[in-house]
Design a protein around this ligand. Structure first.
Ligand code: NAD
Ligand code: ZN
Length: 250
């Protein structure tokens, strides 16, 4: 066991309030590509052309055809991986209280975490632009693009596009929880998208220990991560759960 890993186990065992901040990287092993970096969606698509609210309002048919249909196909198939299950195990063991996620895939809830703040909303649901009626994305009929609500309004994902505001309650609660935790587990995020990327800084400023899990160093690694654990989330988190179980039973 590396020193950093052993320190992470000791730190988590002592903590009273632990929160996880997750990003696209935790869902890579569920077959969902991240946006940035190798194999990322933005290698193929220009985000400002297809993922900006103005693009959607101007030409919903193209955004549905190029972006939303593909996301629906990928997300319909995706299942929680061992990293999502690891975070759910940590909650069941009384170690983790809340997950703040930048992801829109709903996999934390499906793995069993009960308190999940979806910072960017949810792709698991589509919402009518006109009357706010919602339907599960997996039930949307794609025979007409863009798909429509019974009222004739166009359906859109219940997550935010570029150019839209972070849901106010999610932002406020994330800031409060980040300020009050004594450990923040940062998993699979490049920590470049604001304001989500500021949560580890809020946590550190208020005395929390930051444990980071990522196969590559990020902008946080040298600046504020106290305990960087280098590796895939699907490998490191189950190992952490096992070590915590041993610790609890010792
Ligand atoms: P990002 O794409 O900027 O960065 C992904 C990070 O994950 C990188 O640092 C990478 O090194 C790391 N990573 C890759 N494989 C990993 C693994 N197996 N285990 C752990 N880490 C791994 O992602 P981001 O910082 O979350 O920002 C992208 C934005 O796009 C988010 O705000 C999110 O809303 C959205 N997004 C969501 C999904 C999803 O819901 N699954 C997918 C793509 C993008
Ligand atoms: Zn409607």
């Amino acid at each position: 066991m590396s020193d950093l890993f052993a320190d992470a186990v000791e730190t988590l065992a002592k903590a009273k309030k632990t929160v996880a901040l997750t990003g696209a990287g935790i869902s890579v092993e569920s077959g969902i590509p991240p946006f940035r970096g190798k194999g990322g969606l933005w290698e193929k698509l220009d985000p400002m052309k297809y993922a900006h609210i103005d693009a959607f309002l101007e030409d919903p048919e193209t955004v549905w055809n190029v972006l939303i249909k593909e996301m629906k196909m990928v997300l319909d198939k995706a299942r929680p991986n061992t990293a999502h299950v690891g975070l759910a195990d940590l909650e069941r063991m009384g170690i983790l209280q809340t997950v703040i996620t930048q992801n829109v895939d709903g996999l934390h809830q499906r793995a069993g975490n009960s308190d999940v703040i979806e910072f960017h909303g949810s792709f698991a649901w589509q919402r009518c632009q006109t009357c706010d009626w919602t339907i599960e994305t997996s039930r949307v009929d794609l025979s007409e693009i863009p798909p429509r609500c019974r009222c004739g309004g166009i359906l859109r994902p219940d997550c935010i596009f570029f150019g839209e505001m972070i849901p106010h309650d999610a932002l406020l609660r994330s800031q409060q929880i980040s300020a009050a935790c004594d450990v923040m587990l940062v998993v699979g995020t490049s920590a470049t998208v604001q304001p989500a990327a500021s949560m580890p800084f809020i946590a550190r400023d208020n005395g929390a220990v930051v444990i980071e899990i990522n196969p590559e160093p990020t902008s946080l690694t040298r600046r504020i991560s106290n305990l960087p654990l280098l590796g895939a989330a699907g490998t490191i988190l189950p190992r952490l759960v096992k070590a915590m179980r041993r610790h609890q039973n010792a």
